[in-house]
Design a protein around this ligand. Sequence first.
Ligand code: NDP
Length: 409
Amino acid sequence: MAKILCVLYDDPAGGYPTSYPRDDLPQVERYPDGQTLPTPSAIDFTPGALLGSVSGELGLRKFLEDAGHEFIVTSDKDGPDSVFERELVDADVVISQPFWPAYMTTERFAKARNIKLVVTAGIGSDHTDLQSASERGVTVAEVTYCNSISVSEHVVMMILALVRNYLPSWDVVRTGGWNIADCAARSYDVEGMHIGTVAAGRIGSAVLRRLKPFDVHLHYYDPHRLPPEVEQELGVTFHERVEDMLPLCDVVTINAPLHPKTENLFDERMIGRMKRGAYLVNTARGKIVNRDAVAAALRSGQLAGYAGDVWFPQPAPQDHPWRTMPHHGMTPHISGTSLSAQARYAAGVREILECFFEGRPIRDEYLIVQGGHLAGAGAHSYSEGDTTDGSEEAAEFRAEQKLPPIPAQ
Ligand code: NDP
């Protein structure tokens, strides 16, 4: 019998949904590269239901309790008095989503004396100290590809929203106005623009593919170059260094994982290499950009707009400068947690747990750390080290909201 500790975001403010806007989800047979969707032996949820919040429980309770395991679900994840930190001491498995990450720092690994497996219900395991996981022989796995297409759709939406000045124009209507000049004075066409992606992995290449019909000029940087036939099909130009690509681009989108080599990549100097008035869209991770440099660049006009859904830490405190900086299109971390994506990553987490409990190998493409090293997808895309430094600040949000800790279920 194992203890599984699962951190999920809070239920909707009005309570767990009893109905949804749509009655079904489209059937996706395979991911674009042919990888199969998750293959658990069964699922105990209805695809399209809210699974990522506390009452949704990733649809795992029946499966785990029928097998005799203890299953704790909480949203109270930050600070030494949190339910998460109390329950962690004897947990065998920790599960959390990047949207509401249970930061697994060195200190927390030291407290978690039984921990064997840390699962990211989603993609991006930077909230786990991968160095500590390696040193302690803990396996780290995520559900590769589960929400890559979801995010690529979001990136395209955010590029269009920024360039065309959608959100301020929507706000004019919402507040009873009709001043067209206010809307038009910052509105452009995407057609003909140069758009570059930092990383052309699953999300980055899906963004390129989706942008191609807009008649734009496409660019990318990635440590591994795409096959020539893919470059040709997309009509995309490769650059040896991010620095070389930036001065050419009207729009830059960041689609790389956060690891020591990408942390703070977009600092003041790097943003200074961008064209004046460029747009930056970051749905990868907040820490890849320098938060104060982004806010300053929007104020000076070096950036015409910044959008994304990723912050550091998460949740972001009230005084996070991105809440109030000009010309931004930020949302909470939502692009990879559409109801469509949730059905895939809930099934993927179940597949990983079934493998773990039955002693079967976890798919190589789901592995980030195993056997004391970066492994599988982790060995391909991450570098050794830890990016959780500073995550304690996330505790401020709950304190500011003056919410009592939410009890474990
Ligand atoms: P992939 O692993 O398919 O792609 C990641 C790409 O990043 C790879 O091509 C990799 O290169 C590249 N890369 C690694 N290091 C660098 C670097 N130093 N500079 C530039 N590129 C680099 O993952 P996905 O595309 O599916 O996801 C990418 C990231 O997006 C995730 O790690 C996560 O942080 C974020 N994400 C955000 C979500 C959200 O809800 N906002 C949801 C899902 C993901 P190579 O492997 O060729 O070496």
